[in-house]
Design a binder for this molecule. Sequence first.
Ligand code: NAD
Ligand code: UGA
Length: 444
Amino acid sequence: MQIAMIGAGYVGLVSGACFSEFGIDVKCVDTDAAKIQRLLKGEIPIFEPGLDELIERNVAEGRLSFSTGLKDAVSGADAVFIAVGTPSRRGDGFADLSYVHAAAREIAEAMTGYTVVVTKSTVPVGTGAEIERIIRDTRPDADFDVVSNPEFLREGAAIGDFMRPDRVVIGTESERAQKLMKRIYRPLYLIETPIVHTSVESAELTKYAANAFLAAKITFINEIADLCEKVGGDVHDVARGIGLDGRIGRKFLHAGPGYGGSCFPKDTVALARTAQQAGAPLRIVESVIEINDERKKNMARRVIARCGGSVEGKTIAVLGLTFKPNTDDMRDAPSLDIVPALQAAGATVRAYDPQGMEEANKLINGIDYCESAYETMNGADALVIVTEWNAFRALDFDRVKAAMKTPVMIDLRNIYDPAEMLAAGFDYVCIGRPNQTRETQHGG
Ligand code: NAD
Ligand code: UGA
């Protein structure tokens, strides 16, 4: 069995490495020559826990290889997976399918014998049919099927998600293609992973519906958190109280600064556009997008309010820049809204992130980057926790207070306990839980 993986980004690299771990011969291809050069030298271009060992082992065993040569990888492959980017199209928010279409044309020219072309990229409904048209037009003689096999992995937990998924969705009406997909995913069949067989269109829609639903779930709990702040209540307790209802579920009920990342923001917008175009607008999704955008902007205002209404001339320490922990991905991270807004209001921002600073430096100007969490706090008027890296969960409070000018902590991820922070002498503000300030303790 031989697979070509087109695109060696977060999804292509992880999927390619995991398929090779299944014992399949995988050739990963990318147009980014610098990325391939790094991979050939044994360097992993992204931060994803466990990926380095997985790649090293499978390369050493001769099952996983990297190149820029699509033709060599595709000719002779039983299946070709498309895992290229589908970013938001500038201006209208529809998914930009130019990379997918280009890959389809190149695949068509290179494939030999019966080939299953599998879309792993997140693509709008109808894209599978379009890929089929492109391949048919380019190579009228080609023997192939197009399958939609969306990917549900999360960054930071990608290998576990791929190896032990909640389900695998396989969209095709071709029995021959389905048989081949079964062989590819055999190890997951053996561990009784639910496999959902659908049409190509249903599989394409399932991916967007899943992301939009999760984005809505987060947005719902964020709004409940806002209500808790107004009327008294603790969003942790409410989330637990509703999440234990099996129909609701406990996951994705952590209130925070708004969802970010490479997928929820672009996929919700793309789905909303598809639905508008189809004449069946998704008003819930449209609201989720609007509320989340506004929320991310509001976070800086929250910090400024906590600093007495102005951060002019003040120093703000920021812990965490990536959109979530355990990744170096900065795409649509809440920090991209928060930090520039604080700077625009006159603050000096000192920041530390265990993996994201190199990427952040390309996207935000004027941050004083620090070598450690504690270094950010030197002389700071306030400390803001933007991303919940484990390294920030057990700070030495005495050391923090000694370093800061004033012990004000704004915890946008609720990683500390309000009562404990108050006892430790902090003015502590978090999301959707009773806020603890030294003034309120004294009845102020
Ligand atoms: P990415 O930007 O990290 O990687 C895409 C790669 O494709 C890049 O390295 C790019 O150089 C390469 N590429 C583009 N055109 C090419 C071509 N014609 N031939 C070969 N290589 C080409 O993107 P990603 O985060 O891996 O996402 C890929 C797709 O998977 C997107 O549709 C995304 O929505 C979806 N997805 C992503 C995640 C995630 O966690 N990042 C999870 C599930 C699904
Ligand atoms: C998300 C989905 O979880 C994956 O299933 C999907 O495959 C992927 O998008 C995709 O299509 O690319 P990912 O973006 O890697 O994965 O990360 P998540 O863990 O889903 O977090 C997304 C954002 O939501 C982060 O900013 C995170 O901080 C936020 N979030 C998540 C919350 O604010 N609260 C929560 O309870 C959960």
